[in-house]
Structure formats: structure tokens, C-alpha cells
Design a protein around this ligand. Structure first.
Ligand code: CTP
Ligand code: MG
Length: 179
């Protein structure tokens, strides 16, 4: 199968999970739950992660990853290069893992950003764009033997898709910052 298609399909749960947190700020009832993961704590004068990293974003995003995995299994249960997924529950858990890993990559990036003294929302190219892909790849590499062409193709496809969707998110008011 074409490597471009493979990585696009493989990183879809991670990509859609990563788009979810800004949308969570628009969902009635849920949007008022804005408990930050770092609990508002600081380390050496800087927030550990920052107020924009919430449990709402992490949980909603991971669930979306799980649902995307389930949808993919329903559409194409026999994709040979996926790890041995043979049940809808397995597909859900695989997608959930991809989503959680993607958003953990985002948290890791924010942690480093704060240590470097960069404020919440301040643009940090290309790390803001690539953090979730790195997180997802760390998870995927546990169960898949991906080639370097896969890694590179995924970075290109989702690295380019990210700014496009950022503009869209900004336009509908789901994102406070353009990038
Ligand atoms: N978001 C969230 N929970 C997360 C991640 C993101 O609620 N775990 C929401 C926040 O409303 C955030 C928005 O998604 O403002 C955009 O996320 P992102 O661009 O990753 O956050 P930034 O505000 O740019 O923070 P940072 O500088 O740490 O990247
Ligand atoms: Mg940002």
C-alpha cells in the first residue's frame, strides 16, 4: 500500500484527537470544566504546563482518538499493517492510546516551552505543529515496525495539515491563537 495513504490512515486517530481540545471550549456544559492538568502550579517561577492544558482537552481528545479507531475498524478491519487488532474493543483501545499519546506529546512540548520561558499560546514553530505526531509515533513504534519513510511522510502530511486546521479553528473561534 502507498506509504502516504498508510501514514495518513495510521495517524488519523492522533490527528483528530489533537484537533479536539480547542473544540472542547465550545461544547455547552463541558466547556466550563477547565481544570488545568498542572493544577495552576508553577516550577521555578513558570507554570509547569500552563492554564491551557486541561483535563477536559486530554480526556475528550483521547476519547475522540478511540472513536476514530473504532470507525476505522468498522470501515476497514483487515488493514494488514496495523497491529493485531481483531475486535472493535481492540480498535477503540488502540485509537485511545494514539490519542492519549498525541496529547501527551503536546503536554511534553508545553512543559519544555514553559522551561524556556515561552508564554502560553506563544508560537513555537515547528514544535507546536509536530508535538502530537512525535507523541503518536512513540506509541505506534511500540507495536509497529515503521520505516523511516513512514516517519517522514507522516511528519509532512500532518505537519502541513496542522496549520490548515489551525486557521479553520481560529476562523470559527475555537482557537484563541492563530498558530
Ligand atoms: N486545550 C485544552 N487541553 C489540552 C490541550 C489544549 O483544553 N490538554 C485547549 C485550550 O483551550 C488551548 C487550545 O486547546 O488554548 C489550543 O491548544 P494549544 O495550541 O496546544 O495550547 P496553547 O494555548 O498554544 O499552549 P502552549 O503554548 O502550551 O502550546
Ligand atoms: Mg498553541
Amino acid at each position: 500500500m502507498d506509504v502516504w495513504f498508510e501514514v495518513s490512515w495510521l495517524l488519523l486517530p492522533a490527528g483528530l484527537a489533537n484537533m479536539t481540545p480547542p473544540l472542547g471550549t465550545k461544547i455547552p456544559f463541558i466547556r466550563s470544566w477547565s481544570t488545568s492538568i498542572d493544577g495552576g502550579r508553577s516550577w521555578r517561577g513558570q507554570p509547569i504546563l500552563g492554564s491551557s492544558k486541561t483535563w477536559r482537552g486530554l480526556i475528550l481528545g483521547s476519547l475522540v482518538g478511540g472513536l476514530v479507531g473504532l470507525g476505522q475498524f468498522w470501515l476497514e478491519p483487515t488493514v494488514a499493517w496495523l497491529p493485531n487488532i481483531s475486535s472493535p474493543l481492540g480498535a477503540f483501545l488502540f485509537g485511545l492510546g494514539c490519542g492519549l499519546a498525541a496529547l501527551s506529546g503536546d503536554l511534553g512540548k508545553s512543559f519544555i516551552k514553559r522551561r524556556l520561558g515561552r508564554a502560553r499560546g506563544q508560537t513555537w514553530v515547528p514544535f507546536d505543529q509536530l508535538d502530537f505526531i512525535v507523541g503518536a509515533y512513540l506509541f505506534l513504534s511500540l507495536s509497529l515496525d515503521l520505516t523511516w519513510t513512514h516517519y517522514l511522510a507522516g511528519l509532512v502530511v500532518y505537519g502541513l495539515a496542522h496549520p490548515l486546521f489551525s486557521v479553520l479553528g481560529y476562523a470559527i473561534g475555537a482557537k484563541r491563537d492563530l498558530f
